[in-house]
Design a binder for this molecule. Sequence first.
Ligand SMILES: [Zn+2]
Length: 80
Amino acid sequence: MACNDKFVMVLETKRNPSIWKHFDLCLMTDNHEMARGKGCGKFMKAAANSTLKLHIDRHCPVTKAKNEKGEGSKTVSSNV
Ligand SMILES: [Zn+2]
């Protein structure tokens, strides 16, 4: 990955919302687009939805933490 590109702005995207709710589509100085994880802030290629989905499912430390809390937790409060 090129490390010399810098973040310019967040773009709107109409791509798959189940994936992109976890990412911002970012315009970089090189005029290309990158996906940035909303939770973890990691940049990755925006073109590959499969890569992004894999990141959410497997690699993202933020969603991972949420999943681990959600599964089999004994500290779920019932005062909702
Ligand atoms: Zn992430």
